[in-house]
Design a protein. Structure first.
Length: 112
C-alpha cells in the first residue's frame, strides 16, 4: 500500500515513470500534497512512501523506518522563450539537440 504525492508534483511524475518502465505501479491508498504529510500517514500505519530524505529524516519518529534507495531518476528540463523575440541560431540549435534526444513517449510524459 503506497502513500504518494499528488500527480502535479514533479517527484511523483519521475517515480511513476520509473515504476512504469520497470513494469509495475503501486497500490495507491492515499495521495497527499507534501512530504511531511506522507511521513505522518506512514507513522500512523497507512502504508509506505518514497520521499526525498532531506529534511524528513531529521524528523525523529520511532514508528518510521527509513531505508535509503538509489533508483535512477531522470529530471525534467523545460525550455522557455520570450514570445516577442526570435530565438538566436544558437538557441534554436540547442533546442533541436534537446528535442532529438528526448525519451520515447510514455503514459507519464508528453513530447515537447
Amino acid at each position: 500500500m503506497a502513500i504518494v504525492l499528488l500527480k502535479r508534483n514533479p517527484f511523483r511524475t519521475m517515480l511513476d515513470r520509473l515504476l512504469w518502465r520497470e513494469g509495475g505501479l503501486p497500490n495507491i491508498v492515499l495521495e497527499t500534497s507534501d512530504v511531511l504529510s506522507a511521513v505522518e500517514h506512514v507513522s500512523r500505519g497507512a502504508g509506505v512512501a518514497v520521499v526525498n530524505p532531506y529534511p524528513v529524516m531529521l524528523h525523529s519518529n520511532e514508528s518510521i523506518r527509513y531505508v535509503l534507495l538509489e533508483p535512477s531518476l531522470e529530471y525534467e528540463t523545460s525550455m522557455l522563450t520570450n514570445p516577442s523575440r526570435v530565438p538566436t541560431p544558437g538557441m534554436r540549435l540547442f533546442m533541436e539537440c534537446v528535442l532529438a534526444r528526448q525519451e520515447k513517449i510514455t503514459p507519464f510524459s508528453a513530447p515537447i
